[in-house]
Design a protein around this ligand. Structure first.
Ligand SMILES: Cc1cc2nc3c(=O)[nH]c(=O)nc-3n(C[C@H](O)[C@H](O)[C@H](O)COP(=O)(O)OP(=O)(O)OC[C@H]3O[C@@H](n4cnc5c(N)ncnc54)[C@H](O)[C@@H]3O)c2cc1C
Length: 220
């Protein structure tokens, strides 16, 4: 078995040694694919078999199914953040919708947020289409206020969504409703986004790699 830091060639990898619950429970054989040992000519060469590389290949093939694509991964697909993340399939942008609107204007903010929301459904749809059992669970996303001081920022986010015409995707919960939803301590309120949910990133990243190979992508 290869150690955690570097995999050696195509040695089998012990899922337990990787230090990721998601990779340990992904149900796939993590043995690295054979290395690229000679020159190869392809239309598109991608470095890295994480979500960036794999989704790029997947969408390129949607646009142009005849493309020849090779992915060269240093360890094994999912070795990086893609196989070790929080498991959220979330439509949230790293800054709240009020700040997004302030910085980029309503039209851009709306376009970004709609695209993020559409992405969640699309991940679920692609999993179904490709037969990837990634435990996609579109239960929505709750943002909790854990102090009274955090409540106004939830209200601000809600108002910003409403101004952007997205009141239907979110809901403000009072302290009682928020507590009822998650039974966390010191909850003063919550903002519920109806879009978003959880996903098993290990199963998704490994399933995507297999799906790409079925479509002719070569992974090294
Ligand atoms: C702690 C944490 C929690 C997160 N939680 C979430 C979450 O809940 N939901 C969410 O959507 N996102 C989350 N993210 C973000 C998400 O995981 C990343 O945005 C995503 O995995 C990035 O994918 P990537 O392909 O760009 O990078 P990676 O998954 O890191 O993939 C890069 C790949 O490139 C390979 N590589 C590196 N160097 C080379 C080289 N020279 N040649 C060939 N291959 C190379 C690596 O081995 C690796 O496999 C989280 C991230 C972190 C760190």
């Amino acid at each position: 078995m290869a150690p955690i830091g570097e995999t050696a060639g195509t040695d089998p990898v012990s899922p337990d040694a990787i230090g990721s619950y998601w990779l340990a429970s992904c149900g796939d054989d993590l043995t690295p694919r054979p290395a690229l040992t000679s020159d190869e000519t392809v239309d598109v060469a991608i470095l890295g078999g994480g979500f960036s590389g794999l989704w790029t290949a997947w969408f390129l093939l949607q646009a142009e199914p005849t493309l020849s694509i090779a992915i060269v991964e240093r360890q094994f697909c999912g070795f990086g953040a893609s196989g070790r993340n929080g498991g959220w399939c979330s439509p949230r942008f790293p800054i709240n919708p009020a700040a997004l609107t302030r910085r980029f204007g309503a039209e851009t903010a709306r376009a970004i947020l709609f695209a993020q929301q559409a992405m969640v459904d699309e991940v679920g749809r692609i999993c179904e289409q490709e037969g990837i059992d990634a435990h996609f669970n579109p239960v929505g996303v709750l943002t909790l206020a854990r102090s009274a001081g955090q409540v106004p920022s939830l209200q601000q986010s809600y108002d910003a969504y409403a101004r952007l015409g997205m009141a239907d995707v979110c809901e403000l919960l009072d302290a009682g409703q928020a507590h009822e939803a998650v039974h966390a301590t010191d909850v003063h309120g919550a903002l519920r986004l109806r879009v978003g949910g959880t996903i098993h990133p290990g199963r998704l990243v490994r399933g995507l790699a297999r799906a790409l190979e079925r479509r002719g992508v070569r992974i090294y």
